[in-house]
Design a protein around this ligand. Structure first.
Ligand code: SF4
Ligand code: SF4
Length: 204
């Protein structure tokens, strides 16, 4: 399920994302982030940059911190996983519908990238992950994740999606004993969305 608000953090300084990582580490150690979320919103002018109201900005940052914090907690188990998969969201394709040359296999369900655009984020992510031995799916939604993981026997999962989607999938996978790592979208909206390819590379 998407957020009820749209946001674009793709132009925010990289230093902001380092602060998110620091806060996530603190949360893992101390179980709280205290005032740091509100301080970060002020410091990086998140409301001005995104047009979000304060409560939506807090939700967004807290979700990002939770996501990073869970990544840290799961990392060791994930590194031991032998069969790994990457799930990408269809919304990050450069083109949607007929302009995207990917085929669609409804039996999975997943798009299969035809590599029509070298600068397409999904295309770059597919290359990166396949080179490292991952199997890759480009999903129309997150509800099929548990079925794919179970039927194909994946032990480690990397998922790119917006906060709500990754939280839902994370809960389901946690119940199945599968180690997960999440990469957040930094621009949402269900079309032409953006994730950080360097963040994905470091997670893979
Ligand atoms: S590179 Fe792949 S995912 Fe991107 S628009 Fe082309 S076929 Fe679709
Ligand atoms: S932004 Fe993308 S990942 Fe999030 S709900 Fe919309 S389509 Fe799914």
């Amino acid at each position: 399920m998407p957020y009820k608000f749209t946001f674009d953090l793709s132009r925010i300084s990289r230093f902001f994302f380092s602060e998110i990582s620091k806060a996530s580490y603190q949360k893992g150690v101390h179980r709280k982030v205290g005032k740091s979320v509100q301080n970060m919103i002020k410091k990086f002018k998140i409301q001005e940059a995104t047009g979000l109201n304060l409560s939506d900005a807090v939700v967004l940052l807290q979700d990002m911190i939770d996501m990073h914090s869970k990544n840290l907690m799961e990392r060791e188990r994930f590194e031991q996983a032998k069969k790994r998969v990457l799930f990408l969201p269809h919304c990050s394709r450069k083109h949607m519908e007929s302009h995207c040359k990917a085929s669609f296999d409804p039996s999975i369900p997943s798009y299969i990238c035809a590599h029509c655009s070298p600068d397409c984020l999904v295309n770059k992510a597919v290359f990166l992950a396949e080179k490292k031995g991952y199997e890759v799916y480009i999903l129309p939604g997150g509800s099929c994740v548990p079925k794919i993981v179970k039927t194909r026997g994946y032990e480690g999962v990397v998922g790119v999606a917006c906060g709500e989607e990754t939280r839902l999938s994370g809960e389901l996978l946690g119940g199945m004993g599968v180690a997960g790592q999440a990469v957040p979208l930094i621009k949402n909206g269900c079309a032409n969305t953006i994730f950080n390819i360097e963040t994905l590379a470091s997670i893979l």
